[in-house]
Design a protein around this ligand. Structure first.
Ligand SMILES: [Zn+2]
Length: 405
């Protein structure tokens, strides 16, 4: 009798990883534990029991994939084009002088390179600012998760309606990408009229995240207080009419702006280079869902100054990390941002820095069910930090990143 042997395809094997330490993001650190994930990267289990035989043993610390809370992918082609440490208004001047001098192809190639760089650097999700639709094709094909913030500028309230209409149509385009989300956001306290803020707030109905560049330079304080200084000169040279822009001489940019934003949405203040302790306490007491984004390498690039990160060194304050764009940074690498913070602030503990780089950004973007921590059922991406001193856990230049899932 001839026996029929049916060859069945065996299901793909799950992956098992172990490392010296596992920082899952939402439970105490695990020493010599192990993680099981399926071939798609979905976490099946995270364990403290004896390590199974077929486990891949890694040297270093496993952390969840990073969240880049603030980026401008569409400025990638300006990598290395703008001279460093010249101040904010000189930066904007140089950016606008060069931004539109590249071909569409050159811009696409640069954005694709940025995407690959972010993926290799362990970034899994991005809060990305867009003024135009240039990044649409790259995002459509991306293996990263994106939320696109369509950003509006406008000092002249008479143009506000037209600006909103244009931005809405761009935001709808980005929202049409599968699993992609988008919202309208104001650029900065010094570049948006009160009426434009008012029209924007009507767009925040759904629980969308909102971000705004905040207190990035001293020029911003001056313009908001009395409409003088380098920004006034810049706007005049650009032919922008700011005669109807309302000044607030007795408020900081944050104090003047916060009442114009909607309390129920997740709010993210980006940069905070000059923000003080009093403002941090006040802002966090005003809003429940208040987040801060630090982009230290961009701050050093533009203004050669870091925020006072010690003011944020507290678990009650929700900090996220962003790279800003390659116009004002040498890399799109969250680990590089953490190294810069740690170099000036060695007292900030490792687990807090990792929280800033992972779960906080995921919560701000509303994607914490999938990203930001290593938990069963999530697909957070897994990153290995190698070369770290296991005693001090200081993130210095010897620390390297390797994406494992
Ligand atoms: Zn920015």
């Amino acid at each position: 009798m001839i026996q029929l042997i049916l060859k069945t395809k065996s299901p793909p094997m799950n992956h098992l990883f172990s490392a010296d330490l596992i920082f899952s993001g939402n439970r105490p650190v695990i020493k010599n534990g192990w993680i099981e994930c399926n071939p798609e990267g979905k976490i099946i289990s995270i364990n403290e029991s004896a390590i199974p035989e077929n486990t891949k043993i890694l040297n270093g610390i496993i952390v969840p994939g990073f969240i880049n809370a603030h980026c401008h992918l569409e400025l990638s082609h300006l990598h290395g084009c703008i001279i460093e440490k010249q101040g904010m208004s000189a930066f904007i001047r140089s950016l606008f002088a060069q931004r539109f001098t590249f071909s569409e192809e050159e811009q696409l190639v640069a954005m694709q390179k940025s995407e690959d760089e972010m993926w290799r650097n362990g970034i899994v999700a991005v809060g990305d600012i867009s003024n135009f639709e240039n990044s649409f094709e790259v995002k459509r094909k991306s293996q990263l998760h994106y939320h696109t913030f369509v950003e509006v500028f406008g000092l002249d309230p008479r143009r506000a309606e037209e600006i909103i209409l244009k931005a809405k149509s761009l935001s709808e385009k980005f929202s049409s990408i599968e699993k992609h989300t988008s919202s309208l956001v104001p650029h900065a306290p010094y570049s948006v009229s009160d009426w434009l803020f008012e029209l924007l707030s009507a767009e925040y109905k759904k629980k969308v995240p909102i971000c705004i560049h905040m207190e990035e330079s001293i020029d911003e304080y001056q313009f908001c207080a009395d409409k003088t200084g380098p920004f006034a000169k810049l706007f005049s040279d650009f032919g922008l009419d700011y005669s109807l822009f309302k000044v607030t001489p007795d408020s900081t940019p944050l104090q003047r702006t916060l009442p114009k934003l909607v309390a129920s949405n997740n709010l993210l203040m980006v940069h905070n280079t000059y923000t003080n302790a009093e403002e941090i306490a006040w802002a966090t007491s005003q809003h429940e869902n208040f987040y801060w984004c630090l982009c230290p390498n961009a701050n050093q690039y533009i203004t050669n100054r870091l925020p006072n990160v010690n003011l944020f060194n507290n678990d009650q304050i929700k900090v996220t990390i962003g790279t800003d764009s390659l116009a004002s940074n040498h890399s799109l690498n969250i680990l590089d941002e953490l190294k810069t913070i740690q170099q000036s602030y060695p007292e900030i503990p490792f687990d807090r820095l990792i929280k800033w780089a992972t779960i906080n950004g995921a919560e701000f973007l509303g994607i914490e069910n999938v990203f930001g921590s290593i938990s069963e059922g999530k697909t957070p991406g897994l990153v290995l930090l190698e070369g770290i001193n296991m005693e001090s856990l200081i993130i210095n230049d010897s620390v390297k990143i390797r994406r494992i899932v």
